[in-house]
Write a protein that binds this ligand. Sequence first.
Ligand code: ZN
Length: 148
Amino acid sequence: MSPARSSAEIGALYQEMILDHYRRPRNKGTLENPDASVEIKNPLCGDEIGLQVAFDGDSVSDLKFSGRGCSISLASASMMTQLVKGKHRTEIDAIRNEFRNLMIGSNSAGENDRLGSLRALSGVARFPARVKCALLAWNALESALALK
Ligand code: ZN
């Protein structure tokens, strides 16, 4: 029988996941022939994210991001690219809505497996000023999808 993880242990694990994505960002760089290219800023924190997306029909076939800012904004961007790559836009919309629910502190969203590594950002909901950091990459993606 293994003991259940305490909330402190989960908090430490989530912190480690955020730092891992911040230090070793996934899908960072630029695409050669993007179908959509978006730049977005969060003036409250000074975060900047550039996002380039390639589509295959209604799916995101590839995407890369660039930018600078706080660990929350860049880790969230890295996690987002990893999670949405290869997915259909209806599925991406569903994930984005669930992540927004998580950021406004909705309990049910924290249980949702579909959010994957993004659940590591659940603690951000307690800091309203940082929610904008966590949502920045998702707002960029929403703009990119609207350009399609
Ligand atoms: Zn930030």
